[in-house]
Design a binder for this molecule. Structure first.
Ligand code: HEC
Ligand code: HEC
Length: 350
């Protein structure tokens, strides 16, 4: 077998595993629907029974999730509150702006007193559906993820929970809201629960492509249809698939060629999952990012290196598939990717 055939075989294996993973997630949600919710699971229940298992490798985002609206509101307030940082200057929203696709639109995020985190800020939209969190997947849940920015000196200054709780306790509104919703004093678990519940509310249904998946063949342009077809035939779909068009597996960056040697200036965050597992085979392995709302979240990759979708797609062709994608095809793939932009609270994201 040639290297290409071997690779294709490997990709089809990944593809099947990925699809199985998506099915497993749907099954888990189904079971959760039947169970009573527990405190930690809040309410990530899918309330949209319309979703049949599509024959396509991409599934629509549910139209409606049942979430505790009061917790969403409280989480929204905390997400935007700089009191969670050491000097009251940085909130989650500093790097995840809801009117900038849930990111900061700069190559690598800047936090406390101008410190550079060295990594690109991923979107918080649809983060409730990701299989892992962070580029290297080091957190398993939204609740666990929150520990990261709170404790990172470079992000929010690394204030301890007891000091954060003390600051929040100065606000009678917070004390009252936590008492009412959790029947508890403010603590790190209920802070995390409220923020995570808010993040689960940041899902973006009703992309044109979702209408297309549900049977409206005219919901996307001819170019987008051709782009989708190329997205499948080039093999992008083997890694970017499922409900989020990504977000359900880990993959190496640089299957064909050495992306990092070509880019130069390798830093620790480039090692990806190797930093977590210490295994050589995990060097340069990253979570495959979701491509939902991707037109709104430039620059791209964990390093914020490609400035445009055009550049990102060409790099993907070169390093992930071993092909130089012609400009005409790149443009068609961009048309498809643009059809993945959804709505937040009934308004198109922009
Ligand atoms: C200083 C900028 C900054 C601040 C402040 C910040 N983040 Fe982030 N966020 C990032 C960066 C950069 C990453 C990626 C880090 C990595 O993968 O190593 C990230 C990752 C995430 C992720 C994972 C997304 C994914 O695709 O895996 C979520 C969710 C998230 N942040 C939510 C939050 C919340 C909630 C807060 C507040 C408690 C917060 N962030 C504060 C910059 C920031
Ligand atoms: C072998 C798996 C694999 C294949 C095939 C693949 N990708 Fe990716 N893609 C990734 C990974 C991993 C990343 C994250 C890179 C990083 O962290 O720096 C990524 C990142 C991206 C991004 C940037 C996302 C962001 O939020 O920064 C875009 C856009 C993208 N891919 C599009 C494509 C397109 C279009 C194709 C087909 C031409 C493709 N990918 C093929 C694994 C893959």
């Amino acid at each position: 077998m040639t290297t290409r055939e071997l690779f294709q075989k490997k990709l089809s294996k990944i593809f099947v595993l990925g699809l199985l993973f998506s099915l497993a997630i749907l099954a888990v949600w189904g079971i959760q629907q039947l169970k009573q919710q527990s405190f930690s699971q809040t309410t990530d229940l899918i309330n949209n029974r319309e979703i049949a298992l599509a024959t396509e490798p991409i599934l629509p985002i549910p139209i409606n999730l049942e979430l505790d609206e009061a917790k969403v509101q409280l989480g929204n307030q905390l997400f935007h509150d700089p009191k969670l940082s050491s000097n009251d200057t940085i909130s989650c929203a500093t790097c995840h702006l809801l009117d900038k696709g849930g990111t900061d639109r700069i190559p690598t995020s800047v936090g406390m007193l101008g410190s550079n985190t060295g990594v690109n800020s991923p979107t918080v939209y649809n983060s409730g559906f990701l299989f892992r969190y962070f580029w290297d997947g080091r957190a398993k849940s939204l609740e666990e993820q929150i520990e990261g920015p709170i404790s990172a000196a470079k992000e929010m200054g690394g204030l301890g929970w007891s000091e954060i709780i003390e600051k929040l306790n100065d606000s009678p509104e917070y004390v009252k809201a936590f008492k009412k919703l959790y029947n508890q004093e403010i603590n790190q678990d209920n802070i995390k629960d409220a923020i995570a519940t808010f993040e689960r509310s940041l899902y973006t249904p009703n992309a044109q492509f979702d209408y297309y998946l549900k049977g409206n063949k005219n919901a996307i342009s001819q170019q987008a249809k051709e782009g989708y077809s190329l997205f499948k035939s080039y093999g992008c779909i083997t890694c970017h698939q499922g409900m989020l068009v990504g977000g359900n597996m880990f993959q190496s960056l640089g299957l064909f060629g050495d992306y990092f040697a070509d880019r130069g200036n390798v830093i620790k965050s480039d090692y990806g999952r190797y930093n977590i597992t210490g295994k050589e085979e995990d060097r340069y392995v990253f979570k495959v990012p979701s491509l939902r709302n991707i037109e709104l979240t430039a620059p791209y990759f964990h390093d914020g290196n490609p400035q445009t979708l055009d550049e990102a797609i060409k790099l993907m062709g070169k390093y992930q598939l071993g092909v130089d994608i012609p400009q005409q095809d790149v443009d068609l793939i961009i048309s498809f990717l643009r059809s993945l932009t959804g709505e937040y609270q009934g308004e198109p994201l922009s």
